[in-house]
Design a protein around this ligand. Structure first.
Ligand SMILES: Cc1cc2nc3c(=O)[nH]c(=O)nc-3n(C[C@H](O)[C@H](O)[C@H](O)COP(=O)(O)OP(=O)(O)OC[C@H]3O[C@@H](n4cnc5c(N)ncnc54)[C@H](O)[C@@H]3O)c2cc1C
Length: 424
């Protein structure tokens, strides 16, 4: 099989890169072993919420100079402030082309309400979740937070308590009881957000939910629900809003995350519609080198047929997705053995305090200024590393996970399109 570009990993980074290349007519294949971080995410996309020294960031692009001073190996610092600003805009445009409705003002952060009812700064949020501008509170005086009886991945009393304290609004908590969910409730391992949505998205069940909510909501101006409705599109939530006659907002639940899943589905759909080849459930195991170039890769399902490519993108994610691995005394990138940032001393990998920034989160592949992966300190000519597999940043402490994935992916796509043009 022959491609212009093979992308290893079908998460946010791999799919964004592949979409941008497919939009320019390049023949792309994406090999994706399993579910990426989107399936577990809030659905909100972070650009930069905090500097390494802990300073909160309100306008990420204005903070890039200070970030470069504090974190010179951060992917944003490697790419430079102008490139990051241009690619942040391009990322928003790409997500819009994929039909993903997001709230966000340019490169200003806003607050999203978390599953605990607290607030967290972020860049872009699904339009269905409750958000506020920084320094402002929710626009309602009274809300109902409605959980689903027996669903343990969302605690409405906790959310309502935090909303009352942090937002200064009246927040009631209640549980809806829906007999249509009883078959799921009998098996706790199936009583999860995505399975609940499959039931609630059926029109007669959406109507039953609306009747329950109307009974419980009293004079609440807004109803907040766990994100368990609208798996395949906005229709069921629109039906529900019309039937309860007031805004309904969704909060992310514990994984699987319906809000993240919807982003994944929209990205994959756009890639496939552009003619891209998506290979789910397969894993790239090794590569064949031709000098300092990759000639192609072999996968678990194609052990003897090489996937040939002029350019290769490594978007395998971090430890969470097995894009990076660790054994007793080393951190390594398993497909190419690329150079990685990491401490040789295992004692330095983690800190004892649960809430302290963890050094291992900054481990990842080293690159040159074009994001080509380094092997023995030299760039591999046609291998780009993008997204969570990159080192030099902490997506959790710095609140920059999705931003790094999108921006590094679009940068690699730009470089690859240029080099394919030169060799055409
Ligand atoms: C649990 C969790 C929650 C997060 N929540 C948020 C959030 O709410 N907001 C935010 O901004 N950031 C969040 N992040 C940060 C996150 O890393 C980025 O937002 C982003 O989604 C990462 O995308 P990625 O494509 O780089 O990696 P991933 O999403 O990890 O995707 C990597 C993909 O590559 C595949 N893969 C790995 N190795 C191979 C191989 N050899 N062959 C083929 N496929 C392979 C994996 O199976 C996976 O599908 C979260 C991270 C985690 C771990």
């Amino acid at each position: 099989m022959e491609f212009d570009v093979v992308v290893i990993g079908g998460g946010l980074a791999g799919l964004s890169c592949a979409i941008r290349l497919a939009e320019q007519g390049k023949r792309c294949g994406v090999v994706s072993a399993g579910q990426g971080a989107l399936f577990f995410s809030s659905g909100s996309l972070d650009l930069l919420s905090r500097l390494p020294d802990g300073t909160p960031v309100t306008a990420p692009l204005e903070a890039l100079g200070e970030l470069a001073r504090q974190a010179p190996h951060h992917p944003y610092s490697i790419l430079g402030a102008d490139t990051v600003a241009a690619l942040a805009r391009e990322s928003q445009a790409l997500l819009a082309r994929c039909g993903i409705p997001l709230f966000g003002r340019g490169a200003q952060n806003h607050y999203r309400i978390t599953p605990l009812g607290t607030r967290r700064a972020t860049w872009l949020s699904p339009e269905d979740i409750p958000v506020t501008e920084l320094g402002q509170t929710l626009p309602w005086e009274k809300v109902l937070v409605a959980g689903i009886e027996g669903f343990l991945d969302f605690e409405p009393h906790l959310v309502a308590g935090s909303l009352a304290t942090e937002q200064g609004i009246e927040a009631d908590a209640a549980y809806v009881h829906l007999p249509a969910l009883d078959p799921l409730r009998n098996n706790p391992s199936e009583f999860r957000a995505v399975n609940i949505a499959r039931v609630l998205d059926i029109a007669k069940n959406t109507q039953a939910l609306a009747e329950e909510l109307n009974r419980l909501a009293g004079d609440a101006q807004c109803i907040i629900l766990p994100a368990c409705i609208g798996l395949d599109g906005p229709g069921p939530l629109e039906q529900l809003r019309a039937a309860v006659g007031r805004p309904v907002r969704l909060l992310p639940t514990l994984p699987p995350s319906l809000l993240g899943l919807r982003i994944f589905q929209a990205l994959r759909q756009r890639f496939c519609r552009l003619g891209g080849v998506f290979m789910p459930g397969d894993r790239v195991l090794k590569a064949e080198f031709d000098g300092r170039r990759i000639a192609g890769v072999y996968t678990r399902s194609h052990t003897d047929i090489m996937l040939r490519a002029q350019q290769v993108v490594l978007a395998g994610g971090s430890f969470f997705s097995n894009g990076l691995m660790a054994d007793r005394d080393r951190i390594y990138e398993p497909v190419f053995g690329a150079d990685v940032w990491g401490h040789a001393d295992r004692g330095e990998w983690g800190r004892a305090g649960f809430f302290e920034p963890q050094p291992y989160l900054q481990f990842g592949v080293k690159t040159d200024h074009r994001l080509r992966a380094l092997l023995n300190n030299e760039p591999v000519e046609n291998l780009y590393a993008v997204g969570a597999v990159l080192g030099g940043y902490d997506p959790l402490q710095q609140g920059c996970g999705a931003g790094v994935s999108l921006i590094s992916a679009l940068h690699a796509a730009q470089r690859i399109a240029l080099s394919l043009k030169e060799t055409a």
